[in-house]
Write a protein that binds this ligand. Structure first.
Ligand SMILES: [Zn+2]
Length: 322
């Protein structure tokens, strides 16, 4: 039996290369999904591709747009969620100060909500995943960058301009590498996947990581999270490298814990998912050197539970609640 109208929503995760749309009920169950390459050829084709993939996802669930209570989009960049405006996004440069919620609502005939993708991801975990029932949670999402988000007092905390939770740009090393933001020594520049891949490539070139050399070579663009995880099983140097990176990440995790006293810090993203259990275990251990005893007493570190669906699930929940 199809769910009653008003009980389902579509969440859309706009990635740099792919767009995922998934249909969720109020309990966060996935009823249908569809994927398409991100169309970056201009505003109109971009919006067309979003509304097409939304319809396709609904179709796989045997539903139509009319049966959806709303559409939520998780999008990289600076978002004014209250007004549904995409202020700027490095991934979608042709949309600036763009009323994305309004444009999408016009195309789909449904109410639409827009949220920063990392915020949407943590919100998905808060509603349906690892942070369910938690009032104060912070999320670190490790991939090409390190994204962060906050749930405070049971609500997404966005800050004055929607940019709160930039945990990846915490300064951890005065002599560290240059970061994409232009500063030096941000935790993202030290512990983001490209930084780890670069050091792993050096280990491979020095023949200190023979498995990685054989399987992944020394091209850092080819050493992705999966290859690092695989190499860590056989190459002790790669394992040590990852442990050192988790220890550096723990400095940033400890800072956030000391400032906000959250009950839970969620670790997610491609790098964390590629090696289940590893980052939570290492950070749990190392954060003891950085967070205060009164903070540690109530702090849990857990890995995200929704994987690929977190952003879409959170965006759908926000659409249902809007
Ligand atoms: Zn930075």
């Amino acid at each position: 039996m199809a769910p009653r109208s008003g009980r389902i929503a579509v969440g859309v995760d706009v990635g740099g290369t792919k767009v995922l749309a998934a249909v969720f009920d109020r309990k966060g169950r996935v009823l249908g999904r569809a994927k398409t390459p991100t169309d970056l050829s201009g505003p109109a084709p971009f919006l067309d591709s979003l509304s097409e993939v939304i319809k396709e996802a609904l179709g796989t669930a045997g539903l139509t747009l009319k049966q959806a209570a709303g559409v939520g989009v998780g999008c990289p960049g600076l978002i004014d969620a209250a007004r549904g405006i995409l202020l700027s996004s490095a991934n979608i440069p042709f949309l600036r100060q763009f009323p994305l919620a309004k444009a999408l609502s016009r195309r789909t005939g449904r109410p639409a909500a827009v949220e920063n993708d990392v915020n949407a991801g943590l919100y998905g975990e808060f509603r349906f995943g690892a942070a369910r029932g938690i009032r104060h949670a912070a999320g670190f999402f490790l991939g090409t960058g390190i994204g962060g988000a906050l749930i405070l007092d049971g609500r997404l905390y966005r800050g004055a301009t929607g940019a709160a939770g930039e945990f990846g740009h915490q300064f951890v090393d005065p002599f560290g590498p240059l970061c994409g933001c232009g500063n030096r020594g941000c935790v993202e520049a030290v512990c983001g996947r490209p930084a780890i891949s670069a050091e792993a490539a050096v280990l491979a070139a020095r023949r200190q990581a023979p498995h990685l050399l054989k399987k992944g070579g020394t091209d850092i663009t080819k050493i992705k999270s999966g290859a690092l995880a695989k190499a860590a099983e056989s190459d002790s140097a790669v394992r040590r490298l990852l442990q050192n990176k988790a220890a550096a990440l723990s400095i940033a995790v400890g800072n956030v814990a000391n400032i906000l006293n959250p009950e839970l810090i969620v670790l997610g993203g491609g790098l964390v998912e590629a090696m289940p259990g590893f980052f939570a275990r290492e950070v749990r251990q190392a954060v003891r050197s950085h967070a205060m005893p009164g903070i540690l007493a109530s702090l849990r570190i857990a890995e995200a539970a929704l994987g690929d669906h977190a952003v879409a699930a959170g965006a759908a929940a926000l659409a249902l609640e809007a």
